[in-house]
Design a protein around this ligand. Structure first.
Ligand SMILES: Cc1cc2nc3c(=O)[nH]c(=O)nc-3n(C[C@H](O)[C@H](O)[C@H](O)COP(=O)(O)OP(=O)(O)OC[C@H]3O[C@@H](n4cnc5c(N)ncnc54)[C@H](O)[C@@H]3O)c2cc1C
Length: 453
């Protein structure tokens, strides 16, 4: 937390105070009270004795902890402001070059480590920033508003890999590896394979117990589409200790880049999020000590499912930030650009479309932070994470496309950022579970609620 706060200027301090006054004052409830609303409700509740009515009409004091989803507390506001400042000052000047070169700027990655963005929820004991998951989502959103590629590097490293080691890692793994991941070393999450995408647990990478000592597993196989692989020093690899066991054989291993037999393959030449590397990673008899198993043998599927449930909220935050970034670019343009003697933003036909997009982005943001706050409060969030990722990625694609329409010809050129946001948006419906997979989760979890008998 401390390090990110370095980015705070006077504006952030002001915002923080504003957040305090909003969250602490309970002013809305008092206004209702003055209008006699509560008094009326109380009477109603006493008259018919319906407990539900009493619940809705409780006294203002009873609601003093209620916080609207998008009203940030002091720390959240500070993290949001600090990240916005960092994104504008340190990321924005590099975006075009990194996209053109399809390469993350090494200096920027170093800055993100130095400023605490790469160990957001990690305990301070291991060099982390000890933030909440909601704060991580705010960081991911604010970075995506400027560059969705930088945002996903931060997202995967935090919401998948740091999370896995923090929750399931041994003390030795935390001391030796998590402490480096929080402060200096990038990581990759290696689940997908050529034949195992949506059906991830059909993976064929094997981890065979070595015959020559017993304390070593030998990994063989190849992973596809591995984000951060070009720069990563640590790889969390899902492999089967016994293919006959199906998903129950899947185990998570911690593998170092330097391991003999680990080879980083071709870097994909992608449509969008080009600064985020994505490579094949091959394992040719890679020897991994038994101490590098994360959690227990056979628990890899659980680790993958649980971390991806959380990661999906991060992707939702990335998509909300992306849509916001596209709007940030096009709205000022639409106020300056004149046709028929007037700014194009003055035409009702334009205003209504922009208003609709603003509404949809806000709805997506609400879904994302509802899921994030459920996670932070220790409540189940799998369905809400799927709602958030599904809707935010759909909205990001739609809004980014519209932003090009609203800019006309210049929106179609590389001079403006709209076309990049549009290219970057497409991935939201593919990685960490395609939209169809989110729909499958929602249907699986929700439809039984209507089962009768
Ligand atoms: C840029 C990028 C970065 C990535 N980063 C990582 C990473 O870091 N680590 C990692 O492990 N993976 C990563 N992935 C892999 C990603 O998670 C997979 O691409 C994704 O899960 C989809 O798998 P697939 O590409 O094999 O598509 P497929 O599974 O072949 O799906 C193709 C289509 O079929 C549909 N489909 C499949 N099964 C069903 C079904 N049962 N019902 C309905 N529709 C279905 C899908 O929805 C999709 O529309 C990345 C991918 C990309 C493109």
């Amino acid at each position: 937390m401390k390090v990110v706060l370095r980015y705070l200027g006077a504006r952030a301090a002001f915002s923080s105070q504003r957040a305090r006054s909003l969250t602490g004052s309970n002013h809305a409830w008092r206004r209702f009270d003055r209008a006699g609303w509560f008094a009326g409700c109380k009477d109603h509740s006493q008259r018919d004795g319906v407990s539900r009515a009493r619940h809705f009409c409780a006294s203002p004091e009873k609601h003093s902890d209620a916080r609207p989803l998008l009203v940030w507390n002091d720390e959240e506001q500070m993290v949001k402001d600090a990240t916005r400042k960092f994104a504008l000052e340190s990321v924005a000047p590099l975006v075009k070059q990194m996209d053109r070169d399809a390469k993350m700027d090494a200096g920027l990655l170093g800055q993100m480590f130095a400023n605490g963005y790469m160990g957001t929820e990690v305990s301070a004991e291991y060099g982390g920033s000890e933030m909440t998951f909601t704060q991580t989502c705010l960081i991911v959103e604010e970075l995506a508003r400027v560059d969705p590629a930088v945002s996903v590097i931060v997202d995967i490293h935090n919401t998948l890999n740091n999370r896995i080691l923090s929750q399931w890692g041994s003390e030795q793994q935390k001391q030796a590896v998590l402490s480096r991941m929080a402060t200096q070393s990038l990581s990759s999450f290696c689940l997908s394979e050529a034949g195992a995408g949506s059906d991830a647990f059909a993976l064929r990478t094997t981890a065979t117990e070595s015959k020559d000592g017993g304390s070593v597993f030998v990994l063989n196989g190849a992973k596809m589409w591995i984000s951060n692989a070009a720069e990563a020093e640590f790889f969390i690899v899902f492999a089967s200790v016994d293919l006959q066991l199906g998903y129950k054989g899947i185990t998570a291993f911690l593998v170092e880049r330097a391991a003999s037999g680990l080879e980083i393959g071709k870097k994909e030449d992608k449509l969008g999020i080009r600064a985020s590397s994505c490579c094949e990673v091959r394992f040719d008899s890679v020897r991994v000590p038994v101490e590098n198993i994360i959690g227990q043998t056979g628990h890899g599927y659980k680790i993958a499912i649980e971390s991806l449930n959380e990661g999906r909220i991060g992707i939702g935050a990335q998509m909300v930030g992306l849509a916001q970034g596209a709007l940030d670019a096009v709205i000022p343009y639409s106020m300056e650009r004149k046709q028929f003697g007037k700014p194009i933003a003055s035409f009702q036909g334009m205003q209504f479309q922009i208003a609709q997009a603003l509404t949809e982005v806000e709805a997506a943001r609400l879904l994302v932070y509802n899921a994030a706050r459920l996670k932070d409060s220790g409540r189940p969030f799998q369905t809400e994470a799927a709602y958030a990722k599904l809707f935010a990625s759909q909205i990001a694609q739609k809004v980014a496309s519209q932003c090009i329409d609203w800019a006309g010809g210049v929106g179609f050129t590389r001079e403006y950022s709209m076309e990049k946001f549009y290219r970057d948006a497409k991935i939201g419906q593919i990685y960490e579970g395609t939209s169809n997979m989110q729909l499958a989760t929602i249907a699986k979890n929700m439809l039984p609620k209507w089962t009768t008998g």
